[in-house]
Write a protein that binds this ligand. Structure first.
Ligand code: THU
Length: 141
């Protein structure tokens, strides 16, 4: 899918967002290595903490279907129907993505005029991954 097509899918997904508290609607469209696209929207909660971001809804939908390899994700966010500011994943979603996506995985954002591609390694350098746990286990052997 082109970046523009993926952004359009993210905009469509944002329309399903449940945001009675912030009013900030986010949509994510995650493209797997086999070309399948999984979408997500943010879902808020009166108790705030259970709120889940659009990115994790898309990621977990994919993993639930057995898909764990990805190329890129488009993210849009806005309080209106106009998406004119780049929306980047929050810290928790960066960590969640880093479980399944390598440093070259791309985050696609837009300000309505231009489309930006940012590698995951730029958004979460020195990320904690399974490799850290494996090394730690080795020392304990
Ligand atoms: N949100 C996302 O869905 N993704 C992000 O990357 C940033 C934040 C949501 C969570 C909450 O519903 C609203 O945006 C305001 O923080």
């Amino acid at each position: 899918m082109t970046n523009q097509e993926l952004i359009d899918a993210a905009i469509q997904a944002s329309k399903k967002a449940y945001t009675p508290y912030s009013g900030f609607k986010v949509g994510a469209a995650l493209e797997a290595e086999d070309g399948t696209v999984f979408t997500g929207c943010n879902i808020e909660n009166a108790s705030f903490t259970p709120t889940v971001c659009a990115e994790r809804v898309a990621l977990f939908s994919a993993v639930k279907e057995g898909t764990k390899k990805f190329r890129k994700v488009a993210i849009v966010g806005s309080k209106t129907d106009v998406f004119d500011k780049h929306t980047y994943p929050c810290g928790v979603c960066r960590q969640a993505l880093s479980e399944f996506c390598g440093p070259d995985f791309l985050i696609i954002t837009t300000d309505g005029k231009t489309i930006k591609e940012t590698p995951l390694s730029e958004l979460i350098p020195y990320t904690f991954t399974s490799v850290d746990l494996l090394e730690q286990n080795d020392e304990n052997l």
